[in-house]
Design a binder for this molecule. Sequence first.
Ligand SMILES: *Cc1c(COP(=O)(O)O)cnc(C)c1O
Length: 464
Amino acid sequence: MNWDDFAHWGRHIADWGAAYHKTLRDRPVRAQTAPGEIAAQLPAAPPEGPEPMDAVMADFEAMVLPGMTHWQHPRFFAYFPANAAPPSMLAEQLVNTVASQCMLWQTSPAATEVEGVMVDWLRQALDLPSNYTGVIQDSASSATLSAVLTMRERATGYTGNREGLSSKGRLRIYCSEEVHSSIDRACWVAGIGQDNLVKLPTTGPRFAMDPAALDAAIATDIRAGHTPAGLIAITGGTGVGASDDLGPILAIAKRHDLYTHLDAAWAGAAMICPEFHATFWQGVAGYDSIVFNPHKWLGAQFDCSVQFLTDPQPQLNTLKIEPEYLKTTGEAVTNYSEWTIPLGRRFRALKIWFLIRSYGLDGLRSRIRNHVTWAEELCAALRDDGFEITSDPILSLFSFRCPGNDDDQQRLVDALNDDGRIYLTQGSFQGRKVIRFQVGQFDCTRDDVMVARDVITEIWKTIR
Ligand SMILES: *Cc1c(COP(=O)(O)O)cnc(C)c1O
């Protein structure tokens, strides 16, 4: 492919993209294909000679597209959103085109410096104190793993990396029973072990960790000769949006010198709206590490996860490695690959810059406010229609059940997703299967949310 062909196909794909997005409502949200159906259409062996791009593009439309689940569909109410606002897509095209590795300041000074400023813009947007710096990672899973490794190294006097963990006893990490599976996985791969992740019961309307239970668990572990290493709090859990009361558990953790990490991967985006702070953000200042995904609700194309740190030094002590070929001379600069596990880094800050400039924080806030309002409206309507609300809206997420047993919940979810007009997913809460509903797609309207009421009641009548 020469650069003139590249320009031609680039224009074609931009036009195709705009048309795709304008007509998304006509497509089923969840792919309607059976396992193996797409693979069976592809040649089993690679071509020996070149093929023209129009043939490749035609096959993309004919073979691949029918097997895609449309995450940018305005009636996507499953999981959490993975919004890709158009300016962030354009920024990604620039990043793809320049295709630099941004591991050191020297390997792309602009990427490092834009990243530093964007982390600070987001810090201000989330109303975190000015002592926070941070880094952009690929995913919350990676940021949480970095924090858990830091907990491990800090609790072992930074000897774990060198000596291994065989003589370190049991390091203990505390969280609520509502945390995301990435917390478990971080503890597995950090060598902490699932059995040393202490999951505490939750209480209250937002299913917050019980501070008395935290205090008691730490005391028990100390008596048993274990080493308390860290606290992981959650704002906006995946199941029903569980949100810890951040201040009291932070105070307990500090009293025992624990390293503290807050997972606000989804709900962090909503903290650009000050009216949610009283309920969700009180006491946030002081967490050593906070992760939030601009690639979810905020609108930055995947992947883009910000980890804020009050003091990067413990994480640098844990992850920084400097072989000769990575040494650079000159001014004191930030080399972000020292803050994270992968060496190679994409220029993820550019899409934040494009996104925030294109909408302003006010434009992003008004979307989130609408989503929260519409989720509350739909929840009330479904309650009127006779569905059981199993958890009231926490921000824009609630859960419900149709009359019947757990199997009936799954039958309704499957029937809804086979119908294709909307897409939602099941979850488990307090030992029962529930149907999750979250509002958060960037282009979704009130009408899209209210259509869900009609579709749910209609499909329910056909299966009951
Ligand atoms: C999505 C999510 C994660 C995982 O995020 P990735 O960026 O996909 O790793 C972790 N915690 C919570 C609360 C989430 O919503």
